[in-house]
Design a protein around this ligand. Structure first.
Ligand SMILES: [Fe+2]
Length: 272
């Protein structure tokens, strides 16, 4: 059977429809990967995959990252349900790219909803920076393509912890800053914007001027027309392409019970 697709918004987000076993067999993997890069975020409603099925589906799209031997991670802001990781995940409420300080950021991630609050908070939001860049005037595109951005841990954290202690600040400094081109030209020819919360300043530009430009850019790419905000229903699956998008979780009460299971596809190309 063919894979059926329904675009959720004109410039971002597509729902995939096929029998459950076809998603698990990997037969639509190639098509899904292509769609992912173009549409930035894909949804399968109500597939109710368990961990093993989620991994099986993911293997049809690429290699899976294992950290500490684990391929499935629990995403919850609740420090009791998710000891050790809840603090770190607070940063996920701001627009960002995963692994922005890596040479090869992850290709994407796959989330399944396992517990949801009755309050309907905590949408997962993705903006398509490939589509946003395409919509910019040529002259503006050219200007942006010449810029390089310094990504730092301090930039990633300071908005979440405006009253950080000296100890916290020292800890952020331990991470080596990473310089990326502002515009990522992919092997496929697509161009996307590498910005978000980790983008601290623009190389060779006055710091405040560079930050103002980065803010303007993030405001542009997160306009409603480029953003798909997924209101979760239990059993849904969402995939975002980390290489052509920014993403965030809309704010939610850490104790509301929201729990996602996530696996991550290993990155395939360096930012260039
Ligand atoms: Fe993230």
């Amino acid at each position: 059977m063919a894979l059926k697709t329904v675009n959720l918004k004109p410039k971002v987000g597509t729902e995939l429809q096929a029998p459950r076993e076809e998603f698990l067999s990997g037969e639509h993997g190639g098509k899904i990967r292509d769609l992912l890069e173009e549409r930035a975020v894909l949804i399968i409603r109500g597939c109710n995959f368990n961990d093993e099925e989620q991994l099986q589906f993911a293997r049809g799209l690429g290699d899976i990252q294992a950290l500490g031997g684990k391929q499935i991670f629990k995403i919850s802001l609740d420090p009791v349900a998710n000891p050790g990781a809840a603090e770190y995940l607070k940063g996920s409420l701001l627009w960002h790219i995963d692994g922005a300080m890596d040479l090869v950021p992850s290709r994407g991630s796959i989330l399944t909803a396992r517990q949801l609050p009755a309050t309907k908070e905590g949408n997962t939001e993705t903006c398509n920076t490939y589509a946003a860049f395409q919509d910019m005037p040529l002259e503006e595109q050219k200007k942006l393509e010449s810029l390089r951005v310094v990504h730092t841990m301090a930039a990633s954290q300071r908005r979440t912890y405006p009253d950080a202690t000296e100890e916290q600040k020292k800890d952020w400094e331990r991470y080596e800053p990473k310089i990326h081109p502002l515009i990522w030209t992919h092997k496929s020819g697509r161009k996307s914007i590498v910005s978000g919360v980790s983008a601290d300043y623009i190389e060779g530009m006055d710091i405040e001027e560079g930050r103002a430009l980065l803010k303007k850019l993030d405001d542009f790419v997160t306009q409603d027309q480029y953003v798909y905000s997924h209101e979760w229903v239990l059993g849904d699956l969402l995939i975002w392409d980390n290489t052509v998008s920014l993403h965030r979780a809309a704010p939610y009460d850490p104790y509301c019970g929201r729990l996602m299971h996530r696996c991550t596809l290993i990155g395939e190309e360096a930012v260039a």
